[in-house]
Design a protein around this ligand. Structure first.
Ligand SMILES: NC(=O)c1ccc[n+]([C@@H]2O[C@H](COP(=O)([O-])OP(=O)(O)OC[C@H]3O[C@@H](n4cnc5c(N)ncnc54)[C@H](O)[C@@H]3O)[C@@H](O)[C@H]2O)c1
Length: 249
């Protein structure tokens, strides 16, 4: 049990992208607090902790997402919270990126987040409670010329969360985003051994990359009743990356 985050015991959470990296760490943090977690992902993992179960999902498919939510409701009778962590990144600037890459990145990161939220929202509205956390990025807060589609999608997620919080607040449903900095996961593994990875770490005020669990703990907090008056915010979990411009001397 996680002694810091109480009140999650027996609650039911859906985590998209829950088979890897940050999504898996969110599932671990929630399960450690006694929650039931459905990890929905394109790919399966053998390493799900106790309290977690895997369901196959392509977040780009509205039909598959709606079917999954119906199944979870039929089985558990409730969904207390949603984490949207399914995401992909494609490096490319305006000239080098293809239209297909642009559409794919927007589809998974932005449309997928909207579809998952839409699928759980009517249940949460009926119950008059619920908490949704979208995993955005520091790349949605600051410009980056080499990752155009991803930055655009994540910036849109942050803005969508504010709009969803306005829509759902009067029903008692909270919607927030978290913007991680550089976190060691399979998505960033190619950076870890390169000089650019080290340089990226140095741009964080804490002079290191983060661990997935450091994001998972913040997500568990936002999903819990400890965050009962927090909605419509974007919380950077980025070792200070977005707080200051680091100048190399
Ligand atoms: N790692 C970082 O430094 C970092 C920083 C900021 C934001 N993020 C965001 O955090 C989230 C998780 O990323 P991660 O670093 O854990 O990467 P990851 O690759 O380890 O995990 C992403 C998961 O999403 C799943 N996924 C991809 N497309 C999907 C689809 N169409 N339907 C269902 N599942 C799908 C993948 O199978 C994978 O399991 C992403 O949204 C990412 O953009 C990561």
């Amino acid at each position: 049990m996680n002694p810091l985050i109480s009140g999650l015991n027996d609650k039911v959470f859906l985590v998209t992208g829950g088979a890897s990296g940050i999504g898996l760490a969110c599932a671990q943090a929630l399960a450690a607090s006694g929650a039931k977690v459905v990890c929905a992902d394109l790919q399966q993992t053998q390493d799900l902790p106790q309290g977690c179960e895997f369901r196959k999902l392509d977040v780009c498919s509205e039909a598959m997402t709606n079917e999954l939510v119906s199944d979870v409701l039929a089985r558990y009778g409730r969904i207390d919270g949603l984490v949207t962590s399914a995401g992909i990144s494609r490096v490319g600037d305006l000239q080098s990126m293809t239209l297909q890459e642009w559409e794919q990145v927007l589809q998974v990161n932005l449309t997928g987040t909207m579809l998952s939220t839409k699928a759980v929202a009517s249940h949460m509205k009926q119950r008059g409670q619920g908490s949704i956390v979208a995993i955005a990025s520091i790349n949605g807060m600051l410009g980056n010329p080499t990752n155009l589609a991803y930055c655009t999608a994540k910036g849109a997620v942050i803005q969508m969360v504010r709009s969803l919080a306005s829509d759902l607040g009067s029903y008692g449903v909270r919607v927030n985003s978290i913007s991680p900095g550089y976190i060691h996961t399979p998505m960033t593994a190619m950076l870890d051994e390169l000089p650019v990875g080290k340089a990226f770490e140095e741009m964080h005020l804490l002079k290191r990359a983060g661990q997935p669990a450091e994001v998972g703990n913040a997500v568990a907090f936002l999903l819990s009743d400890l965050a009962s008056f927090i909605t419509g915010v974007n919380l950077p979990v980025d070792g200070g990356f977005s707080a200051a411009k680091v100048i190399a001397i």
